[in-house]
Design a protein around this ligand. Structure first.
Ligand SMILES: [Zn+2]
Ligand SMILES: [Zn+2]
Length: 254
């Protein structure tokens, strides 16, 4: 997800670096990227686009990459290099062209790329994961692409309980982008162990937190367009919150 200020010609804050980050190069024209990349966690689907982000891997790029403080206290570059180094990959993070800085970030409030960002640890699976609430003082955007409810099988309709950090990040936000990898209770039972949430949970969390919009995202890789169209229909009449099925190139004006 790439975020730009209202008056800025291009994004300065990028949330996560999966393969979708390649398309941010197109948003920048011929310009190198100058700004912050903020990672929620280190799973493959959130970092693998990094070396293919041409506007970042550029002689004129100025990039600050931040990732959650690790439980073992490891430095940011060494954590990234665990998946981005030989024999897994031909190069290491510090071989990216341009000026790059790597650091860890703690839970709490931070000023990043002219935005106020609240970071909170949220339940996922396999490594520390943060959710973020980004504000420019007028609008807020909440980002929780990977988040599973606590106590699967409990809570409203059996989709799980709301975690206090998820509620705090999503409180009265203008847009809540949330994990929607799973669609049914049966999928949740079979695949919930991977740390993802069901669409109904995401929508109900949004309603509960009084979010204005919920963007369902992080679709299961085999979910084709028809399935996403059906998802859109399913929540078309949801009251109290607008439900958007997010896709690549979705643009939101807040
Ligand atoms: Zn993940
Ligand atoms: Zn993920």
């Amino acid at each position: 997800v790439a975020i730009a200020h209202d008056d800025a010609p291009s994004p300065t804050l990028i949330l996560d670096a999966g393969t979708g980050i390649r398309s941010v190069t197109g948003l920048l024209g011929e310009q190198a990227f100058s700004g912050t990349i903020l990672l929620t966690h280190l799973h493959w689907d959130h970092v693998q686009g990094l070396p293919f982000f041409h506007a970042g891997d550029h002689d004129d790029a100025r990039v600050r990459l931040l990732l959650p403080e690790q439980e073992d206290g490891a430095e940011a570059t060494s954590v990234l290099a665990r998946s981005m180094s030989p024999p897994h990959f031909p190069m290491e993070p510090d071989q990216l062209r341009g000026t790059w800085g790597f650091a860890t970030i703690a839970p709490g409030e931070h000023e990043l790329a002219g935005f106020t960002v609240l970071a909170r640890e949220i339940p996922h699976k396999g490594g520390r994961t943060f959710g973020y609430r980004v504000s420019d003082g007028r609008s807020t955007f909440t980002y929780m692409p990977d988040h599973c409810p606590t106590s699967l099988g409990t809570g409203p309709d059996g989709y799980g309980e709301y975690h206090p950090a998820a509620l705090e990040l999503g409180a009265e936000t203008d847009a809540l982008l949330h994990d929607s990898q799973l669609l049914t209770l049966a999928e949740l039972a079979a695949e919930g162990r991977f740390g993802h949430a069901a669409a109904d949970y995401a929508v109900e969390l949004g309603r509960h937190a009084k979010a204005r919009r919920v963007l369902l995202a992080h679709h299961r890789p085999d979910r084709a367009d028809d399935a996403l169209d059906a998802l859109k229909q399913r929540f078309a009449d949801t009251s109290g919150v607008e439900v958007i099925v997010a896709a690549q190139d979705t643009v939101l004006q807040l």
